[in-house]
Design a protein around this ligand. Structure first.
Ligand SMILES: Cc1ncc(COP(=O)(O)O)c(C=O)c1O
Length: 458
């Protein structure tokens, strides 16, 4: 009997041809692609949700469904994507994911695939060296920034407080990504254990207030254990004064986690390195290849200064597992984080770094910094724009004299679909952002958005 789950070589070649051809057509159009594809009607959405049939379908029909499904929403590969945190995706990383899934080797336990585990550790070692985290540093690849922040919070909680964390306190700001508060909740920390520290006029964590709040909490019998600083906030791309925050963390013997999910990889550039000065003093850092390195969604990283902290927080034991949690000096990745079975994420980072080298990633990040600077220079001189914050990295945030005109400007830009912007609220005011991180973004995309804003302002 033929096993339909085991396609023969001719069938595999045919499927590969169809899938690769479809993707090639899509990628050939990426540079010119609009940033928003519009909407699908209700009937189409319902058709796309229908359950599978007993028998398989023609692959071309299946791809046609996929094509229909893709004709809606934000098109991340487009250089016009200037909203949220852009991410173009990377063909070489897609090949890495294809290979990882096709080879289907298990990388949770080092002994199961020692060579592959070494490759993944090598990618993490490269990152710990970028951030100069020292000889005991380690880390692991997770699904994204949220899981990296979560794993950081759990590690801090276990290291500083052990099992008794009912009086623990976390310090963050109103600009800290919401995944940190969510992580705290998932880690069993109540909302009254999360302290919001004010920011200064540059939207950076106010370390004077931080010191006072920690002192007040200690006096009340609470146990401060974690400060979360941002190396690139989602709203405005701001980088906290990392040395000043690290000084407080050191004096208070509190864990310092830096959320660099968006901004961390700017460390590759000279300008970014200066702006992230002090990040090496963090106990843990979240940094996302699926943001700063342009990888497809699904790869974030948590780095830590002391590997033992990760192991103490995550080591699990089962009769069905070996006693050792390493093989020939290679640590089991499963003992560093929450996952036991996991995809071989290291391949989708390693393959692009091997095929392209590091330099093109640095160049792409440098271009994003240049374009943000260009956007800032243009916006700063425009009438009816009340305030433009100087971009610490590659997000330019700006506020209008009147929120309504700001909303109209955004609608004007987004209705054209060539570029796409998303807003935020700061101190109850409407703030628009131009977020540059997609390597396909050109000066023309940025100018197009700003021209439409200028037209709306009159
Ligand atoms: C600063 C920051 N931290 C964390 C996250 C969460 O990352 P993810 O969406 O990969 O879970 C984001 C997402 O945009 C972010 O910008």
């Amino acid at each position: 009997m033929t096993d339909h789950l085991e396609p023969d070589r001719a069938t595999r070649e045919e499927w590969n041809r169809l899938v690769a051809g479809y993707l090639d057509d899509w990628l050939d159009g990426a540079t010119e692609m609009d940033a928003h594809a519009g909407d699908l009607d209700q009937a189409t959405l319902e058709r796309l949700r229908r359950p599978p049939q007993e028998g398989g379908r023609d692959p071309e029909d299946v791809l046609a469904d996929l094509d229909t499904a893709g004709q809606a929403g934000i098109l991340h590969p487009s250089g016009g994507h200037l909203s949220y945190i852009p991410n173009a995706g990377l063909y070489s990383a897609a090949l890495g994911e294809f290979l990882a899934a096709g080879l289907n080797r298990y990388t949770g336990i080092a002994g199961a695939a020692p060579g592959f585990s070494a490759i993944e550790h090598g990618v993490v070692d490269w990152m710990t060296s970028l951030f100069d985290l020292g000889p005991s540093a380690s880390g692991l690849l997770l699904s994204g920034g949220s899981m990296a922040n979560f794993t950081g919070v759990v590690t801090a909680r276990t290291t500083v407080l052990g099992d008794d964390f009912g009086k623990g306190k976390i310090y963050l700001t109103g600009h800290t990504h919401h995944s940190v508060s969510k992580s705290a909740r998932l880690a069993g920390i109540r909302s009254d254990q999360i302290v919001k520290v004010p920011v200064d006029e540059n939207r950076r964590l106010d370390t004077v207030a931080l010191r006072e709040m920690i002192a007040a909490d200690r006096a009340a019998g609470d146990r401060p254990f974690l400060i979360v600083a941002s190396a690139g906030t989602t709203d405005t791309g701001s980088v906290d004064d990392l040395h000043a925050v690290a000084d407080v963390a050191a004096e208070e013997e509190v864990w310092l986690h830096v959320d660099g999910a968006y901004g961390g990889f700017f460390i590759l550039t000279d300008r970014g390195k200066k702006r992230l000065d002090g990040i090496h003093r963090a106990d843990s850092i979240a940094v996302d290849p699926h943001k700063g390195l342009s990888l497809p969604f699904g790869v974030g990283t948590l780095l830590v200064k002391e590997e033992s902290a990760l192991v103490d927080a995550h080591l699990g034991r089962g009769a069905y597992l070996r006693d050792e949690d390493q093989y020939m000096g290679i640590r089991d990745i499963a003992s560093l984080g929450p996952e036991l079975s996991r995809p071989f994420r290291g391949l989708s980072v390693w393959l692009p770094l091997q095929l392209h080298g590091v330099a093109p990633f640095r160049d792409a990040l440098d271009r994003s910094l240049d374009l943000a600077e260009h956007a800032y220079q243009r916006l700063a001189g425009m009438p009816r724009i009340e305030k433009v914050w100087y971009p610490d990295l590659s997000i330019v945030a700006f506020r209008f004299e009147d929120d309504e005109i700001g909303r109209k400007a955004m609608e004007r830009v987004n209705s054209g679909r060539r570029v796409h912007l998303s807003p935020t609220m700061i101190e109850d005011r409407f703030v628009l952002r131009i977020a540059v991180l997609n390597r396909r973004t050109t000066r023309e995309h940025v100018d197009h958005a700003i021209d439409l804003i200028a037209e709306t302002l009159g």
